[in-house]
Ligand binder design. Structure first.
Ligand SMILES: Cc1cc2nc3c(=O)[nH]c(=O)nc-3n(C[C@H](O)[C@H](O)[C@H](O)COP(=O)(O)OP(=O)(O)OC[C@H]3O[C@@H](n4cnc5c(N)ncnc54)[C@H](O)[C@@H]3O)c2cc1C
Length: 470
């Protein structure tokens, strides 16, 4: 098998940077072409109240160790941190209510964990108890999370726990998400024969986390100072092999007949390489692939993205009207707020701690809730601040008089949505590229997982695939 000696990576988000890092570690020359004027893609930060705060991801799940491993390889091992506060809340019927400590993606394995919390009605808790005790036919294959779970746990539990949690992570609707791709642990539970409650408990016990009894491992990790440090370390290591402000305009086989090299056109000239890794968003990959692999391009082009916005508030601690005794709260879609989640960042991460300021990260926007896009930045701040007052974080006069600092970061087309059948479609893209464009592979958040560990894991696979495929 011919070895690839030079690979071009399109996109310098975490997927592209981690791919280039892997290639470099394998002794393969990699050049990274990035459209924007900075590396990191969805990873970025803002300075507020003298603190640098992540405006995209602020941590990553610890269960998949790919991100922690990368940090160690970059010399950031001693900088890995766990959340300082545990426990989260959900906003239901005008109050913040503690989420059950023991659950798999919001589904507790005993209905008693929900009784008396006020999250669901007594009838819904009874309905859950029946669903957890019942042995239904194992789910035969992928379905939406809603199709799989609503009949098993009831609508109220689904709408007040599962949808806010999964919908919050992915900025989508759990009624439309692939359970196989977006909630693999729930998928495993609903494919296990026997009562659902026992299956959930077994899944939690086998994989750790989610508040399982006896010193549960932390579910999340971050890097002291914020996840932008991972990007900084990667950018330092890769140096001038990363070309910023260099969008790839088109992609083709290099001209001479029989030449298996690839040629990318940029405003600064052509870039040739033996292999290519597309680590840009799916719609850009689709555009570049359209003339070369139309079937793969069509599948990638159909992946929908949601638009979200992150508002980072710095509020004088003395003016908070409740203690930050957890990591934050989620808002179910039927509770009438624009806010989808509020992370109590300065309680959650010690590196955001400030003697006099509380830092809150407030998110809005889902695939099916685009109201924030119709608001001016000023109206958006007014709305989110009034919701901070409504959810008893600050007083109404402080919200009106804006006794806070705030930074708004819109993230347009930022979170890819995995519909049922997603994994099969990704396999079809891989097969199509292997057949039609050997030496070219696609990776990135739209394909094999949205979170940082999944992107890093997939980057490793992409580096291996591209070096072995030309
Ligand atoms: C608000 C928010 C919060 C999040 N929170 C978390 C979290 O807490 N934990 C977690 O694990 N994940 C989180 N995520 C998800 C995670 O941040 C992303 O899925 C991940 O960073 C995507 O990385 P990527 O490299 O695949 O894509 P991107 O970051 O989108 O990078 C793609 C890059 O390709 C470039 N590009 C596009 N077109 C071209 C072209 N033609 N030529 C060259 N370059 C091009 C873009 O400019 C971009 O830099 C969050 C995402 C958002 C938006």
């Amino acid at each position: 098998m011919a070895m690839t000696s030079r690979v071009a990576v399109v996109g310098a988000g975490i997927s592209g940077l981690a791919t280039a890092h892997e290639l470099r570690c394998a002794g393969v020359e990699a050049v990274v072409l990035e459209a924007g004027d900075r590396a990191g893609g969805k990873i970025d930060s803002t300075r507020i109240g003298g603190v640098s705060v992540d405006t995209g991801p602020d941590g990553f799940v610890a269960r998949d160790t790919a991100a922690a491993q990368l940090c160690r390889r970059l010399g950031l091992g001693s900088e890995l941190v766990s959340p300082a506060s545990r426990g989260a809340f959900v906003w239901v019927n005008g109050r913040l209510r503690p989420l059950p400590a023991r659950s798999v993606l919001g589904v507790p394995w005993t209905a008693d964990a929900l009784r008396g919390t006020g999250i669901v009605s007594q009838a819904a808790a009874n309905r859950l108890a029946v669903g957890l005790a019942q042995s239904t036919d194992p789910l035969p294959g992928d379905a939406s999370v809603g199709e799989a779970l609503r009949p098993r746990v009831g609508d109220e539990v689904f709408e007040r726990l599962i949808d806010p949690l999964l919908g919050g992570i992915n900025a989508g609707s759990a009624d439309e998400m692939s359970i196989e791709a977006c909630a693999p642990r729930l998928y495993e539970a609903v494919r296990t024969a026997g009562p659902l409650g026992a299956a959930l408990e077994q899944v939690a016990a086998s994989q750790g986390g989610d508040g399982h009894p006896r010193s549960p491992p932390p579910v999340f990790q971050s890097v002291r100072g914020g996840v932008t440090r991972i990007v900084d370390a990667l950018a330092d290591e890769l140096g001038d092999t990363v070309s910023l402000s260099t969008p790839v305009q088109s992609l083709r086989r290099a001209a001479s007949s029989g030449d298996r090299r690839w040629r990318m056109t940029t405003a600064d000239g052509d870039v040739d390489a033996d292999g290519v890794v597309l680590a840009c968003p799916a719609w850009e990959a689709a555009r570049l692939l359209e003339p070369l692999a139309p079937e793969a391009a069509e599948i990638l082009g159909e992946i929908e993205y949601s638009d979200v916005v992150m508002a980072v508030f710095a509020i004088p601690s003395a003016r908070l009207t409740r203690p930050l005794d957890g990591s934050g709260f989620l808002v179910p879609r039927n509770q009438g707020l624009l806010t989808t989640a509020c992370s109590w960042a300065s309680a959650k991460w010690r590196h955001y701690h400030h003697d006099d300021l509380a830092v809150l990260r407030v998110s809005a926007g889902r695939t099916d809730d685009r109201r924030w896009l119709d608001l001016s930045e000023d109206d958006l701040i007014t709305t989110l601040a009034s919701e901070l007052a409504e959810t008893s974080m600050i007083s109404a006069p402080d919200a009106t008089q804006r006794r806070f600092e705030v930074r708004i970061t819109p993230w347009l087309r930022s979170l890819p949505q995995y519909r049922p059948g997603h994994r099969q479609r990704v396999a079809a893209v891989d097969a199509c590229l292997a057949a039609e464009t050997p030496g070219l592979v696609a990776t990135g958040a739209a394909l094999r997982g949205v979170g940082l560990p999944a992107c890093i894991h997939a980057a490793r696979q992409a580096a291996t695939a591209v070096t072995g495929s030309t």
